[in-house]
Write a protein that binds this ligand. Structure first.
Ligand code: FNR
Length: 383
């Protein structure tokens, strides 16, 4: 068992153990990847304020997200094709999250279906929805999420059209993937992954294949999804989905203070300040830079979460200090999954919690709720 001390260790193992096509799918941003890079580098520009001679005993990272108790305010964000990084990936990640006491959110574009994950876990999880044009599919998937006892619906608003990721096109990553000779050779040499996929009994895109009209098998999936993202999405449609769902609603992909105001007036239970991990609007500012503006606009009206760029407990602390009530990680847990399956996701969470705990102590804070602007120094021009 390799010694894993940070998320970067898991990333290196993920790269070594997973076929290139799937690693690249996770570790890329859209177009020039400017926003993808900024998400990380802007975290690094924020500095922490060290405090000494403060009683740091009895600390706790415990908090809540949309009213649910959490061991630390860090959830596993919805990630499409998680089951490609490791056989049964969504189930393994959901299990790691429930044992750790943090939220897991299943993507619409997952390999394991809502029912698969519900059957193999014991606690409720969240479900992420992309708004599709097919109204029957939309109504049915919301019903399936209710039947599976999902405890919140995360509605993603920043992907009604796909930002191009160059590597995916070059690697032939599509739904289903196109296998060329080089990719076949790559798959064959990553025997560990290959064995895992052979063992899996899950269907490809379990939430969609067999559940949408005209999608009987994976071969018809690509064209269906390409034309199903609803480019006409507007607040009336979001209101209809809220009514159909009836439970807790989190709006994900808000990056603009004006949109945040509309979302807060709309009555969302939480919003996620996010640029989709730099995978959509290339050239947008990083989430961590937009966070303070959104907190200033609606911080007293709605619970604010953020994601995009978090790779450590220090990053989590910085987001909380700038006003986020909760955070989400995407690639940080996917690296763990691709590296070591469920144990890798658990390790990613352990690493982040230990970093958060130590950093809180050195900043002189005992509770995550007490973190604030007093703990950070922002570089000139950051705001
Ligand atoms: C995503 N993300 C995403 N979001 C969503 O709402 N539905 C989805 O299906 C996906 N799929 C997806 C795939 C991959 C490979 C990645 C990396 C991300 C975005 C995700 O929920 C989250 O916003 C980002 O991952 C956060 O950025 P970091 O933590 O990866 O930097």
């Amino acid at each position: 068992m390799p010694v894993i001390t940070c998320i970067d260790d898991l990333k290196r193992l993920h790269k070594a153990r997973t076929p290139r096509m799937f690693y690249d799918y996770a570790e890329s941003g859209s177009y020039s990847e400017q926003t993808f890079r900024d998400n990380s580098t802007d975290f690094a520009r924020i500095r922490l304020r060290q405090k000494v001679a403060v009683d740091m005993s009895g600390r706790s990272t415990a908090s809540d997200m949309v009213g649910l108790p959490v061991a630390m305010p860090v959830g596993l964000a919805p990630v499409g094709l998680t089951g490609m990084q490791h056989a049964d990936g969504e189930i393994l990640a959901a299990r790691a999250a429930e044992k750790f006491g943090v939220p897991f959110c299943l993507s619409t574009m997952s390999i394991c279906s809502i029912e698969d994950v519900a059957q193999h876990t014991t606690k409720p999880f969240m479900f992420q929805l992309y708004v599709m044009k097919d109204q029957d599919f939309l109504a049915a998937i919301i019903e399936r999420a209710k039947r599976a006892n999902c405890n919140a619906l995360v509605l993603t608003l920043d992907l009604q059209i796909l930002g191009q990721r160059h590597k995916d096109l070059k690697n032939g990553l599509s739904a289903p993937p196109k296998f060329t000779l080089p990719t076949m050779l790559d798959l064959a040499t990553r025997w560990r992954w290959g064995m895992g996929m052979l063992q899996t009994k899950r269907r490809f895109f379990g939430n969609i294949v067999g559940h949408a009209k005209g999608v009987g098998d994976a071969s018809s999936l690509g064209s269906w999804t390409a034309e199903q993202f609803d480019e006409k999405l507007d607040w009336d449609k979001i209101a209809r989905i809220r009514d159909m769902w009836g439970g807790k609603l989190i709006l994900k992909g808000i990056l603009d203070p004006e949109d945040a105001r509309i979302a807060a007036d709309f009555g969302a239970d939480a919003i996620v300040v996010s640029n989709h991990g730099g995978r959509q609007l290339d050239g947008a500012l990083s989430s961590i830079r937009m966070l303070p503006h959104i907190v200033e606009a609606v911080g007293d009206q709605v619970e604010i979460h953020m994601d995009s760029g978090i790779r450590s407990g220090q990053d989590v602390l910085k987001a909380l200090a700038l006003g986020a009530h909760g955070t989400w990680i995407g690639r940080a847990f996917v690296h763990g999954l691709g590296a070591m399956g469920e144990a890798g996701v658990t390790r990613a969470l352990e690493v982040i919690r230990a970093e958060l705990d130590t950093t809180m102590a050195l900043c002189g804070e005992k509770r995550v709720q007490a973190l604030g602007r007093q703990n950070v120094m922002l570089p000139q021009g950051f705001l």
